[in-house]
Ligand binder design. Structure first.
Ligand SMILES: [Zn+2]
Length: 143
């Protein structure tokens, strides 16, 4: 199993920012280890927040193309103009995406936040199962 440090290095190795109309692409890299032990890489292709794909989603798509859905460990990194590497947490959309593709990820996936710090996906998505039925709302719209 790759260490956090090795995974952070792998995620950083795919960062190759390219300036395109509307912004930068390829400026965040992601590395993940699937349950099988295989690892996958991805880069972001997001132009601002409105459209595009996060590095995590790109790596996860690659994993899904290999027939896997369970993530063991995942990390995303960004580099500044001096090539300093920063580990960044997954955005809300990616947290939800990881949960949606395989509900076991909520308890099993480790998100790397630093060389010596990992948290479970459930810690970043604590209210994922908070569905409270509202009394008196059955069959009618709530006003
Ligand atoms: Zn994201």
């Amino acid at each position: 199993m790759l260490t956090n440090k090795e995974l952070i290095k792998k995620a950083a190795s795919v960062i190759e920012p390219k300036e395109v109309k509307g912004g930068l692409i390829g400026n965040v890299g992601c590395a993940l280890i699937a349950k099988s032990g295989k690892f996958f890489l991805g880069v972001c292709t997001g132009l601002g927040w409105a459209h595009g794909v996060c590095a995590e989603q790109a790596a996860i798509s690659s994993m899904i193309a290999n027939g896997e859905y369970a993530i063991e460990k995942i990390v995303a990194v960004w580099k500044d103009e001096t090539e300093a590497v920063f580990v960044i947490p997954p955005c809300g959309n990616c947290r939800q995406y990881m949960k949606e593709i395989d509900v076991s990820n909520i308890q099993n996936t480790e998100i790397i936040l630093d060389e010596n710090k990992t948290v479970k996906l459930s810690e970043l998505l604590p209210y994922y199962d908070w569905w409270q039925k509202q009394e008196g709302s059955h069959g009618k719209s709530i006003r």
